[in-house]
Ligand binder design. Structure first.
Ligand code: SF4
Length: 331
């Protein structure tokens, strides 16, 4: 049986959430995890209706708190595949603290951050990822806030897996989601998601053939980073090169092959520099897997500590479980 629930999907016509839902439903069976061992936890927002539409366990939880609830689940039930679905408002405004702590702890859960750069559910206020100058119902003279870059934020919080994809690009979205699913630890995937009702065309520059060549950079581990319309030899017209401590853009046929940066998803500094290449106008927007490294997970560590405590202090632990105040802290 597939992962499609019997619930009617209730997003606006043309919403990017449909494409993401379709991609997730399609690739989940390939993970080999049973539906009854899969859980989607969401917060509040348009994207947070997601659990209703998956034929798995799910929880439409509290605004911004999905990572905290999912952390408890991941720690107590290591047999489950735990997913968080959140939006730019839910994850980065009210839920910002919960998000960064899940990322630094490296809990074994997958966070899908649907970024439409607007509050959709509450009808079109600017969000923590809205670009400066954006005119919305709550910013009639244009937003003066400097927006979050979710990938930079996640990398700054030492997340062990960070990726980005476009809702409309099924192939690369699926590849990033699959890699996130197979990662042990917290995986954050930012998905650029169109909201045609309140922020129509916000990512069109990354979709339209006449502009995406100049702006979209897709990175693959072990491959030189090239982009743009292909040259006669089939290689990209532009390349990413080292520039001081950061990165720059050069014409591919004007630089030596050795000067072109080769993507390495274990290189934290490179991942951070790639995340900073893009600006608010979506110039040089990198998609793909920025970082994927191994680090012990929080949930494994907690379970190991509980087991150790049971061995070391059985009497004290039993007293604690019984509510008696006889626990002794040593060391
Ligand atoms: Fe999608 Fe925007 Fe409608 Fe929300 S308001 S369902 S994000 S199109």
């Amino acid at each position: 049986k597939d992962f499609t629930s019997d619930q009617e999907v209730r997003w606006c016509p043309g919403c990017g959430d449909y494409a993401i839902l379709a991609a997730v439903r399609q690739f989940m069976p390939s993970l080999g995890v049973k539906r009854e061992n899969t859980v989607f936890v969401s917060g509040i927002g348009c994207s947070s209706r997601f659990p209703y539409y998956m034929n798995t366990y799910g929880m439409h939880s509290i605004h911004g708190r999905a990572p905290a609830i999912a952390t408890g689940l991941a720690v107590s039930r290591p047999d489950l595949s735990v997913w968080v679905v959140t939006g730019d408002g839910d994850a980065l405004s009210i839920g910002g603290n919960h998000l960064i702590h899940a990322l630094r702890r490296n809990v074994n859960l997958k966070i899908l951050l649907f970024n439409n750069r607007i509050y959709g559910l509450t009808k079109g206020q600017y969000s923590p990822t809205s670009e400066q100058g954006k005119i919305t119902k709550s910013t009639p003279y244009g937003s003066v806030d400097y927006p979050f870059n979710p990938v930079s934020l996640a990398l700054g919080a030492e997340a062990t897996f960070v990726g980005r994809a476009l809702d409309s690009d099924r192939a690369s979205l699926t590849a990033v989601l699959k890699a996130a699913a197979e990662h042990r630890g917290t995986a954050l995937v930012e998905i650029f998601q169109d909201c045609p009702i309140f922020n129509d065309g916000s990512f069109d520059l990354l979709r339209k053939p006449d502009t995406k060549d100049q702006r979209l950079i897709s990175v693959t581990h072990g491959e030189p980073i090239r982009f743009g319309p292909p040259l006669d030899d089939g290689k990209g017209a532009y390349a990413v090169v080292r520039e001081g401590f950061g990165l720059g853009i050069a014409k591919a046929d004007e630089v030596d092959e050795a000067d072109i940066v080769v993507h390495d998803q274990t290189d934290h500094n490179l991942a951070f520099a790639l995340s900073r290449l893009s600006d608010q106008d979506l110039n040089h927007t990198v998609v793909g897997i920025f970082r994927s490294v191994e680090r012990p997970t929080y949930d494994d560590a907690v379970r190991a500590q509980v087991e150790q405590a049971k061995k070391d202090k059985p009497a004290d632990l039993q007293a604690l479980l019984n509510g008696q105040d006889t626990w002794t802290v040593v060391g």
